[in-house]
Write a protein that binds this ligand. Structure first.
Ligand SMILES: [Zn+2]
Length: 210
Protein backbone atom coordinates (compact mmCIF):
# COMPACT_ATOMS: atom_id res chain seq x y z
CA UNK A 1 0.00 0.00 0.00
CA UNK A 2 1.43 3.40 -1.00
CA UNK A 3 2.38 5.73 1.82
CA UNK A 4 -0.27 8.32 0.96
CA UNK A 5 -3.00 5.67 1.17
CA UNK A 6 -2.14 4.46 4.69
CA UNK A 7 -4.02 6.98 6.83
CA UNK A 8 -7.02 7.42 4.50
CA UNK A 9 -7.39 3.65 4.55
CA UNK A 10 -7.16 3.59 8.33
CA UNK A 11 -9.90 6.23 8.67
CA UNK A 12 -12.17 4.28 6.32
CA UNK A 13 -11.41 1.08 8.18
CA UNK A 14 -12.40 2.66 11.50
CA UNK A 15 -15.91 3.31 10.16
CA UNK A 16 -16.65 -0.19 8.93
CA UNK A 17 -19.52 -2.15 10.40
CA UNK A 18 -18.26 -5.72 10.17
CA UNK A 19 -21.66 -7.39 10.63
CA UNK A 20 -23.34 -5.45 7.85
CA UNK A 21 -20.28 -5.91 5.64
CA UNK A 22 -20.55 -9.67 6.13
CA UNK A 23 -24.22 -9.54 5.12
CA UNK A 24 -23.54 -7.24 2.15
CA UNK A 25 -22.18 -8.12 -1.26
CA UNK A 26 -20.24 -11.41 -1.24
CA UNK A 27 -16.86 -9.84 -2.02
CA UNK A 28 -16.97 -7.03 0.52
CA UNK A 29 -15.62 -8.80 3.60
CA UNK A 30 -12.82 -10.67 1.78
CA UNK A 31 -11.86 -7.37 0.13
CA UNK A 32 -11.53 -5.60 3.46
CA UNK A 33 -9.47 -8.46 4.87
CA UNK A 34 -7.26 -8.38 1.79
CA UNK A 35 -6.72 -4.66 2.31
CA UNK A 36 -5.96 -5.19 5.98
CA UNK A 37 -3.28 -7.67 4.96
CA UNK A 38 -1.86 -5.15 2.46
CA UNK A 39 -1.89 -2.41 5.06
CA UNK A 40 -0.13 -4.57 7.66
CA UNK A 41 2.33 -5.75 4.98
CA UNK A 42 2.69 -9.12 6.68
CA UNK A 43 5.59 -11.38 5.81
CA UNK A 44 4.46 -14.78 4.49
CA UNK A 45 5.88 -16.57 7.52
CA UNK A 46 4.20 -14.37 10.12
CA UNK A 47 1.87 -16.27 12.45
CA UNK A 48 -0.59 -13.36 12.28
CA UNK A 49 -1.48 -14.37 8.71
CA UNK A 50 -3.63 -17.13 10.10
CA UNK A 51 -5.50 -14.81 12.43
CA UNK A 52 -6.14 -12.41 9.56
CA UNK A 53 -7.52 -15.31 7.51
CA UNK A 54 -9.80 -16.34 10.37
CA UNK A 55 -11.42 -12.91 10.43
CA UNK A 56 -13.65 -13.97 7.56
CA UNK A 57 -15.46 -16.37 9.85
CA UNK A 58 -16.09 -14.02 12.74
CA UNK A 59 -17.34 -10.45 12.24
CA UNK A 60 -17.30 -9.81 16.06
CA UNK A 61 -13.55 -10.33 16.20
CA UNK A 62 -13.00 -8.03 13.25
CA UNK A 63 -15.34 -5.47 14.83
CA UNK A 64 -13.30 -5.51 18.05
CA UNK A 65 -10.22 -4.54 16.03
CA UNK A 66 -12.12 -1.86 14.11
CA UNK A 67 -13.48 -0.42 17.37
CA UNK A 68 -10.01 -0.22 18.84
CA UNK A 69 -8.76 1.65 15.76
CA UNK A 70 -11.80 3.96 15.98
CA UNK A 71 -10.93 4.66 19.61
CA UNK A 72 -7.39 5.57 18.60
CA UNK A 73 -8.52 7.86 15.77
CA UNK A 74 -11.08 9.56 18.00
CA UNK A 75 -8.31 10.32 20.47
CA UNK A 76 -6.28 11.79 17.60
CA UNK A 77 -9.24 13.83 16.33
CA UNK A 78 -9.95 15.17 19.81
CA UNK A 79 -6.22 15.70 20.48
CA UNK A 80 -6.41 13.47 23.51
CA UNK A 81 -4.27 10.69 24.93
CA UNK A 82 -4.48 7.11 23.82
CA UNK A 83 -2.83 4.29 25.66
CA UNK A 84 -2.01 0.84 24.33
CA UNK A 85 -0.53 -1.70 26.70
CA UNK A 86 1.52 -4.54 25.34
CA UNK A 87 3.49 -7.38 26.67
CA UNK A 88 5.35 -10.10 24.86
CA UNK A 89 5.67 -10.19 21.11
CA UNK A 90 8.58 -8.63 19.27
CA UNK A 91 9.59 -6.14 16.62
CA UNK A 92 11.67 -7.10 13.62
CA UNK A 93 13.54 -4.53 11.56
CA UNK A 94 14.21 -5.73 8.04
CA UNK A 95 16.81 -3.22 6.89
CA UNK A 96 16.67 -4.51 3.33
CA UNK A 97 13.19 -2.98 3.11
CA UNK A 98 14.25 0.49 4.23
CA UNK A 99 14.89 1.64 0.69
CA UNK A 100 11.77 0.05 -0.70
CA UNK A 101 8.75 2.34 -0.90
CA UNK A 102 5.48 0.83 0.20
CA UNK A 103 7.05 -1.95 2.26
CA UNK A 104 7.19 -1.87 6.02
CA UNK A 105 10.69 -2.29 7.38
CA UNK A 106 9.30 -2.84 10.85
CA UNK A 107 7.09 -5.80 11.48
CA UNK A 108 5.43 -6.50 14.77
CA UNK A 109 5.35 -10.09 15.85
CA UNK A 110 2.69 -9.53 18.45
CA UNK A 111 0.77 -12.39 19.91
CA UNK A 112 -2.53 -10.81 19.01
CA UNK A 113 -3.66 -9.31 15.73
CA UNK A 114 -5.42 -6.48 17.54
CA UNK A 115 -2.18 -5.43 19.25
CA UNK A 116 -0.31 -5.55 15.96
CA UNK A 117 -2.97 -3.43 14.23
CA UNK A 118 -2.81 -0.81 16.96
CA UNK A 119 0.99 -0.67 16.84
CA UNK A 120 1.09 -0.35 13.07
CA UNK A 121 -1.60 2.35 13.26
CA UNK A 122 0.45 4.22 15.87
CA UNK A 123 3.43 3.93 13.53
CA UNK A 124 1.47 5.42 10.64
CA UNK A 125 0.21 8.31 12.73
CA UNK A 126 3.64 9.08 14.05
CA UNK A 127 5.29 8.71 10.66
CA UNK A 128 3.10 11.30 8.97
CA UNK A 129 2.11 13.83 11.61
CA UNK A 130 0.88 16.37 9.03
CA UNK A 131 -1.65 13.85 7.77
CA UNK A 132 -2.45 12.71 11.32
CA UNK A 133 -3.40 16.29 12.22
CA UNK A 134 -5.91 16.27 9.37
CA UNK A 135 -7.87 13.67 11.31
CA UNK A 136 -10.71 15.72 12.75
CA UNK A 137 -14.12 15.38 14.26
CA UNK A 138 -17.05 16.82 12.27
CA UNK A 139 -18.35 19.95 14.02
CA UNK A 140 -21.96 19.25 13.08
CA UNK A 141 -23.34 17.97 16.42
CA UNK A 142 -25.71 15.43 14.88
CA UNK A 143 -22.80 13.88 12.95
CA UNK A 144 -19.57 14.33 14.95
CA UNK A 145 -17.86 11.52 13.09
CA UNK A 146 -14.12 11.29 12.61
CA UNK A 147 -12.91 12.18 9.13
CA UNK A 148 -9.73 13.02 7.24
CA UNK A 149 -9.88 16.70 6.31
CA UNK A 150 -8.80 17.71 2.81
CA UNK A 151 -8.14 21.29 3.84
CA UNK A 152 -6.55 22.55 7.03
CA UNK A 153 -9.57 24.48 8.33
CA UNK A 154 -12.23 22.06 7.20
CA UNK A 155 -14.76 21.79 10.03
CA UNK A 156 -17.31 19.46 8.50
CA UNK A 157 -16.96 15.98 7.08
CA UNK A 158 -19.17 16.65 4.05
CA UNK A 159 -21.15 19.24 2.10
CA UNK A 160 -24.24 17.85 3.74
CA UNK A 161 -22.99 18.64 7.25
CA UNK A 162 -21.64 22.05 6.18
CA UNK A 163 -25.06 22.95 4.72
CA UNK A 164 -26.85 21.74 7.82
CA UNK A 165 -24.67 23.89 10.05
CA UNK A 166 -25.04 26.91 7.73
CA UNK A 167 -28.82 26.70 7.70
CA UNK A 168 -28.90 26.39 11.47
CA UNK A 169 -26.80 29.56 11.80
CA UNK A 170 -29.09 31.28 9.29
CA UNK A 171 -32.22 30.27 11.17
CA UNK A 172 -30.75 31.52 14.40
CA UNK A 173 -29.86 34.89 12.90
CA UNK A 174 -33.14 35.37 11.07
CA UNK A 175 -35.52 33.84 13.60
CA UNK A 176 -36.74 37.24 14.88
CA UNK A 177 -37.35 38.60 11.40
CA UNK A 178 -39.34 35.55 10.52
CA UNK A 179 -41.46 35.80 13.69
CA UNK A 180 -42.29 39.42 12.77
CA UNK A 181 -43.20 38.42 9.21
CA UNK A 182 -45.44 35.66 10.49
CA UNK A 183 -47.23 38.01 12.85
CA UNK A 184 -47.86 40.51 10.05
CA UNK A 185 -49.30 37.76 7.90
CA UNK A 186 -51.52 36.60 10.74
CA UNK A 187 -52.84 40.12 11.31
CA UNK A 188 -53.59 40.52 7.60
CA UNK A 189 -55.53 37.29 7.59
CA UNK A 190 -57.66 38.23 10.59
CA UNK A 191 -58.39 41.64 9.13
CA UNK A 192 -59.43 40.15 5.81
CA UNK A 193 -61.82 37.83 7.53
CA UNK A 194 -63.36 40.28 10.01
CA UNK A 195 -63.18 43.57 8.13
CA UNK A 196 -60.84 46.50 8.63
CA UNK A 197 -62.18 47.76 11.97
CA UNK A 198 -61.01 44.82 14.05
CA UNK A 199 -57.94 45.23 16.21
CA UNK A 200 -55.76 42.21 16.53
CA UNK A 201 -55.01 41.48 20.14
CA UNK A 202 -51.49 40.48 20.94
CA UNK A 203 -51.22 37.19 22.66
CA UNK A 204 -50.45 37.86 26.34
CA UNK A 205 -46.80 37.51 27.09
CA UNK A 206 -45.81 34.60 29.22
CA UNK A 207 -44.55 35.77 32.59
CA UNK A 208 -40.93 35.11 33.17
CA UNK A 209 -40.00 32.64 35.84
CA UNK A 210 -38.30 34.37 38.76
ZN1 LIG B 1 -20.40 15.34 9.41
Amino acid sequence: MGKERLLPWLVEFSRVNAASLAKGRPGDLPNLIYELRQWLDLEPDEPLNREVGDLERGPPRLQAIIDRVAELLEAVADRKRFRADYSGGGVVLDASKLAFAGGRALSYRDAKLQDAVVRVALDDLYEDTAAALRIQRCQEPECSKVFLAERKNQKYCSHRCANKAASRTYRKAHGKERAARERARYERKVKERAGPSVKVARRPRRKRQP
